[in-house]
Design a protein around this ligand. Structure first.
Ligand SMILES: *Cc1c(COP(=O)(O)O)cnc(C)c1O
Length: 410
């Protein structure tokens, strides 16, 4: 939904230069209809199979976006008590909320039980024990899946690999049977399924299939020896096309691989995050200054690593486009932010047309892990967020101001 109209770059029907004039920059801009399209493609791929598409809300937890997805029928994949809180506020049915994470605190477990969520995705023996104890104290039963680490390497950035041997996530698949046996013996635990999530930004279908096969083996022996499993949760992780030469599998391709592996009909859960919101959001920036240092051209913008940490943290690539098309020749440029760190950059060595001070640049496909990972580092107030629907724009998060920086200080 990102397109040029004549020489103006637009999100849906709205010129980004108009958004910049009206709301200022930096600003996160989302396309409502892109979010809908992305979610619907998952729903369509699920087809008549029963199950849930649980949006991984750590990728973007804006309440208006969460509400939009809950209205479309999404469930939520959460990783903290705070995310469960946001999702309940946004109208998600608690029975569509799943809760993963290696470090659930006692308070978070209690809150999740009180909220009557669909299930915990349990990541260790000790967590299983803790949930059982807290549930007993509360006189309730905790519904759980075990998050099993299938030891599959999805060959993506090491910080976002979760399903490989030697990461902190899940219960190693060799211990899975023992964990199910133990869970079966706990008085306040009800086993409802199995979960696996192997990583993020995965562009290759093979690791998904490999993981599914390993999970299937576990399911078979668990069901033969211990308990029936109602839910198969395949996690998220589908990549998106940040770069022109990348090709991402579709939800349909992903699901048909997985449905192929599991013979019987079951309830399937998928937990897409990035592939729902990633290409639906963009960060709009302004060029403050230009300079040449050594042999390099720099564009200094008003967005930094506090607003978008992915380039710094993961060496992530985001295409950067001037919002007005020009015919000028292209020059090699580093696009950086105002933060006092050399690691503060948005893009390096990009071929960009000549731009002027005050021109606007769009950092594309920053809807996932963009605003959600932003901080006030260098005492920079958090950015506003705008939702575009056709030719309408709605402010869905106000620009923070200096007073917000001091909000909880005593
Ligand atoms: C982060 C996460 C996801 C979503 O991953 P994406 O790559 O954004 O689709 C899904 N499930 C769990 C458990 C996660 O931690």
């Amino acid at each position: 939904m990102l397109q040029f109209k004549k020489s103006d770059l637009c999100v849906e029907q709205v010129k980004l230069s108009d958004i910049a004039e009206r709301y200022g920059t930096g600003v996160y801009v989302y396309s409502k209809n892109q979010i809908i399209e992305n979610f619907e493609s998952y729903k369509k791929a699920l087809g008549t199979k029963s199950g849930l598409i649980c949006f991984a809300c750590k990728t973007n937890s804006n309440g208006v976006i969460l509400k939009l997805l809950s209205k479309l029928g999404a469930g939520a994949d959460t990783t903290s008590g705070g995310e469960i809180y946001r999702c309940l506020k946004a109208g998600f049915d608690p029975l569509k909320i799943v809760y993963a994470g290696v470090g659930k605190s006692a308070e978070e477990i209690e809150y999740a039980l009180k909220s009557k969520i669909l299930m915990f995705n349990v990541e260790s023996f000790e967590e299983l024990d803790a949930i059982d104890k807290i549930a007993r104290k509360m006189k309730v039963k905790a519904k759980i899946s075990l998050r099993v680490n299938p030891y599959v390497d999805p060959r993506t950035h090491s910080y976002i690999v979760t399903g490989r041997k030697g990461t902190k996530f899940g219960i190693p698949y060799k211990d899975a049977l023992r964990a199910y046996l133990l869970a079966k013996q706990k008085g306040n635990i009800t086993i409802v399924g199995i979960h696996s999530h192997i990583g993020s930004q995965i562009l290759d279908i093979a690791p998904f299939r490999l993981a599914a096969k390993k999970i299937k083996d576990i399911v078979d022996s668990v069901e033969k020896n211990i308990v029936k499993l109602e839910y198969i949760n395949c996690g998220g992780g589908l990549g998106i096309e940040y770069e022109k030469d990348q090709k991402a599998p579709s939800p349909k391709q992903l699901m048909s691989e997985i449905f192929d592996v599991f013979d019987k009909d079951r309830k399937f859960i998928f937990e897409p995050g990035r592939s729902i919101i990633g290409n639906a959001g963009h960060l709009l920036a302004k060029v403050l200054y230009r300079k040449v240092s050594g042999s390099k051209n720099f564009l200094i913008t008003n967005v930094g690593m506090n607003d978008l940490i992915r380039p710094t943290l993961y060496k992530a690539y985001h295409e950067i486009v001037p919002v007005r098309k020009t015919n000028s020749k292209k020059v090699k440029t580093d696009i950086v932010g105002p933060i006092c760190e050399s690691g503060d950059f948005v893009g390096k060595g990009r071929m960009l047309p000549v731009v002027e001070q005050g021109d606007y640049l769009l950092v594309t496909y920053t809807g996932a892990y963009g605003a959600a990972m932003s901080s006030e580092y260098n005492s920079r107030p958090l950015l506003p967020e705008i939702l575009v629907d056709g030719d309408k724009t709605t402010l869905i998060r106000k620009r923070a101001d200096y007073r917000d920086l001091l909000l909880n200080e005593i």
